[in-house]
Design a protein around this ligand. Sequence first.
Ligand SMILES: [Zn+2]
Length: 155
Amino acid sequence: MILKIEEIGLSLEADNELLNKLLEIGKTYYPKEFGGFLIGYYSEGNKHLHITDTILPKKFQASKYSFERSTKGIENELTGYYSEQPKKIYIGEWHTHPDNSPIPSSTDISAINAIINNQNSCITNPVLLIIGYSKTQVTFGFYVWFDKKIYRYEK
Ligand SMILES: [Zn+2]
């Protein structure tokens, strides 16, 4: 799918194959949340983002309404993407909202702020993908932190 935020001129692209994979992995942890790191690359002067891969956390804590991951142990997997052409980098995170809508909770917003304020992660516009799902419905909510605000990508 391709999504946009007209107001700030950003666009985003992710293969359905990857999105379905994230959903399937996430569902295996039902009724708890689950998630991971998003890998991809920018083009068109950092205006267009391709989300291509995920890295799953080695350590995490989850409940039905929360998900906290650790970055411990993913370094090698991450640097493996640097040598790809185009070079792929950590661009954000994803997690599920079982039986819920893909709207960021206050914890989700704090987590994004923690990413921006972490000096080791040099990303200024982290992407957050929330997968809201139930037995009958699946909604992918893509967000980006831009200029001190959170924006949702739209069709
Ligand atoms: Zn959440």
